[in-house]
Design a protein around this ligand. Structure first.
Ligand SMILES: [Zn+2]
Length: 317
């Protein structure tokens, strides 16, 4: 079985100063690809460096809703400068977050909003819209973060032309009722290890309502730490606090397999086909077996699986 992490932040300093070690450790347990998501102008260069060094890393560049108020006046130019040389990049992590607006300023600063705290929902929407326009123009897949802002997010997607490559709702936390409309709007959904906490048991019903050809799994490392039972590779940040590691993906997949009632081999094959189709173009044209997209899918029509994904990184820092 091979596994693909739809969403992590390998560039995050909380994962230590040698992120390439995590790529090697991930490859050793069968993790053949990962999409590494930038969140702000400050971390995009490191995401680009990791993707340049590691064939298994797909770079994602975007301004996260928590980072909107700290953006520079030339943030959009900086984003374009990252996207121009990376035609197979993903646009993300972008989105809307109303939860952060209820946190104390101290907590917000700790979470990385910058000294002024989070941007209002209105500004978040403006920045999201500009990024979705870029994704449309360039035909890029989009990764979306949404926390307690489902109404505004639905309005945003209803009111605009469908994105050519669709979008991924990472660590999906919305309701089961929203799933059919989101599918029509072009959504994929990824499940993180956070959903394995007993208090999240209600989500099993939601996940079973997701069409199998729209399903992905993710770690969101170093965030969204699963319960201890589902942590195969414990890790801590420089202050000794537990963080989620990208290598936990396989154990998380075992938990998700149980939540969905789907055999692990079947889940692996489905997630691989979905990952290739949704994030596929970096691998188009390489040799390997073909995966045909199910009818009505949101991604590209066909992807080609390379015979040897992953491999070793070509340099060390
Ligand atoms: Zn994230």
């Amino acid at each position: 079985m091979r596994w693909f992490d739809a969403h992590n932040h390998l560039q995050d300093p909380r994962l230590g100063n040698d992120p390439l070690e995590w790529v090697s450790a991930a490859a050793a347990v069968g993790i053949a690809g990962m999409v590494v998501h930038g969140t702000c102008e400050g971390d995009w260069p490191e995401v680009r460096r990791l993707a340049d060094l590691c064939p298994s890393v797909i770079p994602a560049f975007g301004l996260h809703p928590w980072r909107v108020s700290a953006r520079s006046p030339r943030w959009r130019d900086a984003l374009i400068e990252c996207l121009d040389p990376a035609p197979h990049a993903v646009l993300g992590e972008v989105g809307l977050d109303r939860w952060i607006l209820d946190q104390s300023l101290e907590r917000c600063v700790e979470l990385g909003t910058g000294p002024r705290g989070p941007a209002s929902l209105e500004f978040q929407l403006e920045v999201l819209d500009q990024q979705l326009v870029l994704a449309s123009e360039r035909g890029l897949p989009v990764t979306v973060h949404c926390l307690k802002a489902w109404g505004p997010l639905m309005e945003c997607f209803r009111g605009r032309p469908r994105l050519p490559r669709g979008f991924l709702l990472h660590s999906y936390g919305g309701s089961v009722e929203l799933v059919p409309e989101l599918v029509r709007l072009g959504a994929h959904f990824s499940i993180s290890g956070h959903s394995l906490h007993p208090r999240k048991a209600w989500q099993a019903e939601v996940f079973r309502a997701i069409p199998s050809d729209r399903l992905l799994i993710e770690t969101d490392a170093p965030d969204q730490l699963p319960p201890d039972d589902w942590v195969s590779h414990p890790a801590t940040d420089t202050r000794g606090r537990p963080v989620n590691s990208p290598v936990n993906l396989v154990r998380i997949a075992e938990g998700v397999s149980g939540l969905l009632g789907v055999p692990i081999e079947e889940l692996a094959a489905q997630c691989e086909a979905n990952w290739m189709r949704f994030f596929g173009p970096p691998f188009l044209g390489e040799t390997g077996s073909r995966v045909t997209a199910p009818a009505g899918s949101a991604g590209v029509a066909e992807a080609v699986l390379p015979s040897d994904l992953g491999g070793s990184c070509s340099g060390r820092r």
